[in-house]
Design a protein around this ligand. Structure first.
Ligand SMILES: Cc1ncc(COP(=O)(O)O)c(C=O)c1O
Length: 391
């Protein structure tokens, strides 16, 4: 029996291509320009922040964010999740911070709030939270209050969860900086792409510089950093080429922005559909075999979490074979392949699996499968019936 269920479907549609083709017929210049600026402004309005910077990927957004903190003078340790994407950890390492890992809360797949609070000490300067696969990872106001009190900076990775809310406010508006990805598998797509958002003008100007080789002229003309650098190097450098930070080129193009602007128009409608699909999935999937006890308040998932209730290796093997045979695409380990501590790039870190039981379960017995707007209730029920039939 074939179910034919790709991880993502129809995320860039014909209408996006029609709009793009019209644009291409008229516009010879395709490097970052007016469309990028317009997309940034519209995205800021949608999210409810002052500033947004469009870049070429979510990973670039992570990288620039951590290097911006470093450029702002922050030194120390960063609390990170075990369940996240590699770039969330690689960016921390490359900016010279030490990552401190915490286990996840199985009901939100985000970092366990109590563990974050327990691990806070004077060396921890940043908490880099990931909202995993449409779940909101901020479980209460207590954490936000404590971080504020201790002057610890909160950064949000919303690459997998935009549209999700905490207490009615969009995630991505709580941290000093938030990151988004427009890779094809996510809530919307600009082919490749990412966004960095903030309300802080100083941060915004550093992010703009880091996006483009660290050049001071990328900061706004009235930015202190630009004025100071131009003044300081007045006799030795032309203002066109002052490289304030050692960076790279992370810019996106007008093509991505045109697609992004068109996609943004239907994001809320698509997300409402995803939320409905998710409810249908949770209602139909067998809770004696799979976990259904998630915190769903404010969720906006582009994926269905398929997490075995019990750590049953034989059942897992049968499930994988059955899904493969039926062309149900899946990813084991959920976000980023599961527990990052198991990855070779972190092999120099000593850790004990007993300290991370929740992410370990997801790593070995958790999957995600696709949730996209074109799905119907009948199709979701068919999928659940199929998954429930695995013995
Ligand atoms: C949580 C998270 N952060 C960052 C990224 C990187 O985004 P991109 O693939 O656009 O580089 C991803 C990728 O899927 C992700 O899931």
């Amino acid at each position: 029996m074939k179910i034919n269920w790709p991880l993502m479907d129809n995320n860039i549609i014909k209408d996006d291509m029609d709009v793009l083709i019209d644009f291409l017929k008229e516009t010879p210049r395709l490097t970052q320009s007016e469309q990028v600026a317009a997309f940034e402004e519209e995205w800021s309005k949608w999210l409810g922040v002052k500033y947004s910077v469009f870049v070429n990927s979510g990973a670039s957004a992570n990288f620039i964010t951590m290097h911006t903190l470093r450029a702002s003078g922050i030194v120390g340790k960063v609390i990170v999740p075990t369940l996240t994407w590699i770039s969330d950890i690689a960016s921390v390492l490359s900016a010279g911070f030490d990552p401190i890992f915490v286990d996840i809360n199985p009901k939100t797949l985000g970092m366990d709030t109590n563990q974050i609070i327990t691990k806070l000490d004077e060396q921890i300067r940043v908490v880099f939270l990931t909202h995993v696969q449409g779940f909101n990872a901020i479980s209460n106001w207590t954490l936000l209050g404590i971080l504020n009190e201790k002057n610890v900076t909160l950064i949000e990775d919303c690459c997998e969860s935009y549209g999700a809310t905490f207490n009615g406010y969009k995630i991505g508006t709580f941290g000093l900086i938030s990151n988004f990805s427009f890779y094809y598998a996510h809530h919307m797509s600009t082919i490749e792409g990412g966004m960095i958002c903030t309300d802080n003008q100083g941060i915004y100007n550093i992010v703009r510089m880091l996006r483009s080789h660290g050049m001071s002229r990328e900061a706004r003309p009235d930015a202190d950093i630009r004025i100071d650098l131009e003044e300081m190097y007045r006799d030795s450098l032309t203002p066109d080429f002052i490289f304030g930070y050692p960076s790279f080129n992370f810019r996106n193009t007008e093509i991505g922005a045109v697609i992004g602007r068109n996609q943004l128009k239907r994001l809320d409608e698509n997300n409402a559909k995803r939320i409905h699909n998710f409810d249908t999935f949770l209602n139909c999937i067998d809770s004696s075999k799979y976990r259904t006890d998630f915190v769903v308040e404010g969720n906006c998932n582009y994926a269905f979490p398929l997490i075995l209730k019990e750590p049953d290796v034989a059942f897992r093997e049968r499930l994988e074979i059955t899904m493969r045979d039926a062309d149900v695409e899946f990813r084991r380990g959920s976000s980023g392949g599961g527990n990052q501590l198991r990855q070779p790039y972190l092999s120099n870190i000593n850790w004990n699996p007993k300290d991370y039981p929740n992410v370990e379960h997801i790593h070995f017995f958790g999957y995600y499968i696709g949730n996209y707007p074109i799905l119907t209730d009948d199709r979701i029920m068919e999928l659940c019936k199929f998954l429930n039939s695995v013995e």
